[in-house]
Design a protein around this ligand. Structure first.
Ligand code: ATP
Ligand code: MG
Ligand code: MG
Length: 369
């Protein structure tokens, strides 16, 4: 069949649709926000919350294959759909990646290194966790966090009180994890198709500002050995979880060259947007191939590239300087109406002969400074 239903209407869904249309697929999406980025390019958007079982069933009726484009769709709805429809990614992967406690525990059970952490169940646990793990450490909500939301860095005794107050106020499950002094942040995206074939995308070196992804630099400026190490860990995770579709693995490269996994995302990932213009196969095409049982595409990198995110506060500067963008820069906008600060509005892929050259182009534009 050629009808794909997408749970979630954000930019990731939008880019899945744009890639999939070239391959002859048709798309319907479910999202509560009218005229969502994905809804704008899909055949149809069903307007309903993710917890609406009837709307989800209506989407399923329109679809030969169901996918999700973000991990906070209702996993109960996904598991209901699974009983009557084809959801190749499965609801199990959602359940694990929606919750940091489950995610980290699962990774540990595979022998994958993660930051040492403690689950917080009582106020006392906050004291004992900071004592056992040492300062600095970070308290994170177990669910629902993104772009650093739901995180409290604990550097001092004063911060402990702030954390306790936040824990009491939110009533959410939390963990405290050790702060990892990293030299670089990396990510590797793995595709695994219905038949079990796997392929990795080239590792990206990620620069965050205020916990929000700012740049992905590819190839990552790491040694061949570190590249192989990152890919090996990523493949091990994808195989162990029996992923179908994409899984993005965020990692820290520590000062002494070790890799520690930070978190997983069971979908296309912001740090993989470079693949749209620099790889033979983009992450979005690869995702469709994987869930539709097609052979996976070649992920060879064709050019050095730096992807830079356009947040709400960057939009007017980007538009002002649009005619100064180098001809090798590829702009992607997500069709979001309101330029809210720190909201992801689009990205630009800057390609060039060397990373130094690309970096110079970005600096010369003075959009992000
Ligand atoms: P995302 O938008 O990627 O889903 P998130 O809100 O789930 O983000 P994390 O990825 O856990 O949050 O953390 C955001 C950023 O904060 C990381 O990319 C990293 O820069 C920093 N960070 C998080 N945990 C740690 C840690 N244990 N040690 C050092 N830095 C950390
Ligand atoms: Mg996250
Ligand atoms: Mg993250």
């Amino acid at each position: 069949g050629s009808n794909i239903g997408i749970l979630g209407g954000g930019q990731l869904g939008r880019m899945i649709v744009i890639a999939g249309r070239n391959m002859g697929y048709r798309f319907n999406t479910l999202d509560p926000t009218p005229d969502s980025p994905c809804g704008q390019v899909a055949d149809r958007q069903l307007l309903a919350p993710f917890s609406d079982v009837n709307a989800a069933k209506e989407l399923a009726d329109l679809s030969d294959v169901i996918t999700y484009e973000f991990e906070n769709v209702d996993s109960d709805v996904a598991s209901i759909l699974e009983t009557t429809s084809y959801v190749p990614q499965g609801s199990g992967l959602l359940k694990i990646t929606q919750n940091r406690i489950r995610e980290k525990t699962t990774l540990q059970s595979f022998g994958v290194p993660v930051a040492p952490f403690k689950v917080i169940e009582t106020e006392k646990d906050i004291y004992s966790a900071t004592e056992r793990l040492g300062l600095p450490c970070i308290m994170k909500t177990a669910t629902g966090g993104y772009d650093g939301k739901g995180q409290w860095v604990i550097r001092s005794k004063d911060n402990i009180n702030v954390a306790i107050e936040a824990w009491n106020k939110s009533g959410m499950d939390m963990i405290i994890e050790q702060f990892i002094p990293f030299s670089k942040e990396l990510s590797v995206i793995v595709a695994r198709n219905v038949q079990g074939q796997t392929k990795t995308f080239p590792a990206a070196e990620n620069v965050h500002i205020n916990n929000i992804l700012h740049q992905s630099i590819v190839p990552a400026r790491i040694t061949n050995e570190q590249t192989i190490q990152a890919e090996t860990i990523a493949l091990k995770i994808a195989e162990s979880l029996q992923v179908v579709g994409l899984i993005a693995i965020e990692m820290f490269l520590t000062n002494d060259g070790k890799i520690i996994v930070n978190e997983l995302a069971p979908r296309p990932h912001n740090s993989g947007h470079y693949s749209m213009d620099a790889c033979i196969t983009s992450q979005f095409e690869q995702h469709i191939r994987a869930i539709c049982g097609l052979p996976l595409g070649d992920t060879t990198l064709l050019s050095p590239i730096i992807m830079v995110n356009i947040l709400g506060q960057h939009v007017s500067k980007v538009l002002d300087k649009i005619d100064q963008l180098p001809p090798t820069a590829k702009i992607h906008l997500y069709g979001k109406k309101e330029s809210v600060e720190n909201r992801k509005m689009g990205h630009i892929n800057f390609l060039g002969a060397t990373l130094e050259q690309v970096n110079q182009q970005i600096n010369d534009l003075q959009i992000w400074t």
